[in-house]
Design a protein around this ligand. Structure first.
Ligand code: PAF
Length: 281
């Protein structure tokens, strides 16, 4: 596996592969790999001749009070883990090269970025869409793989690719969970033992929502109330949002009929966690 830091070397490498008729898959990440990332790499490996994993903790998607500085990093360990999945290239550019002085071009996927995480993280999705578009231009992949835990991010990327005619197939990988149900996340690393127990309330609350719908309950208000009560019965939790609505347009619904997204963002101590599930009413 090659590690490439320079943008021009990365583009040259994939251009060469494409000239030989090889297909390229990209897995964009911010590193500190866990089994969820490795599953994305395996999906990419099974779909393309060459796999590039980008590792870039993107400053433009963090707000001024957020965890950019303390975001966990371990390049050596990540390199070994990526190698183990048969990745061909780890692309790890510097922030200085990604955002040259004078940088001023942004991609804003307007409507889809407003609610859910966008409401409490202003500018976050502008940073995500812009860096993903830059990575697409640098790597020029045929396919790109994203996890479904960041459901809103996934819908925003789908929309950007469609609106801007980017010739890339976006593939979604289901959420990868710990055996007890906690959705895997690099931010789980921040949790103390006690917080880790409270963090389980997210996946439990989603299962509760699924059960209510399976039992015939359709009222959005009742489902959200039950989810809220369950989470708040755990020490140190504070709800950022509970969203129930249309998975495509991310608009809230009052009743569950057909497919609905139940998505959560919850503070557990100083750590903000997200999780979601698709309900079928
Ligand atoms: O999901 C992430 O890890 C990031 O938002 C992404 C897509 C790598 C962009 O920085």
């Amino acid at each position: 596996m090659k590690t490439i830091n320079s943008i021009s070397n990365m583009t040259k490498t994939t251009v060469r592969w494409r000239q030989k008729g090889l297909s390229v898959a990209l897995v964009p990440t911010m590193g500190y790999f866990h089994e969820g990332h490795l599953a994305l790499m395996r999906m990419a490996r099974s779909r393309a001749d060459r796999v590039v994993v980008s590792l870039f903790v993107n400053p433009s998607q963090f707000g001024p009070e957020e965890d950019l500085d303390r975001y966990p990093r371990d390049l050596e360990r990540d390199t070994e883990l990526a190698k183990g999945q048969g990745v061909d290239c780890l692309f790890s550019p510097s922030a200085g090269e990604m955002y040259l002085p004078g940088f001023q071009t942004w991609i804003d996927v307007e409507g889809l970025s407003q609610g859910l995480c966008g409401a409490s993280r202003p500018g976050h999705f502008r940073g995500v869409a812009t860096v993903v578009a830059k990575l697409f231009n640098i790597v020029r992949p045929d396919i790109a793989v994203f996890g479904q835990k960041d459901f809103q991010q996934l819908q925003i990327i789908h929309r950007m690719v469609k609106d801007l005619n980017m010739p890339i197939d976006i593939m979604a990988h289901p959420i990868v969970r710990e055996p007890d149900g906690l959705a895997m996340s690099s931010r789980n690393y921040y949790l103390s033992i006690e917080e880790r127990k409270s963090a389980l309330s997210l996946s439990q609350a989603l299962r509760l929502g699924e059960k209510m719908v399976a039992d015939g309950i359709r009222s959005g208000q009742d489902i959200i109330q039950a989810v809220r009560d369950h989470i708040l019965s755990h020490t140190g939790t504070k709800i950022d949002y509970i969203f129930l609505g249309d998975p495509e347009e991310l608009e809230e619904c009052q009743e569950v009929h057909g497919k609905a997204l139940l998505a959560l963002a919850v503070w557990v101590g100083r750590t903000r966690l997200i999780d979601n599930t698709l309900l079928e009413g």
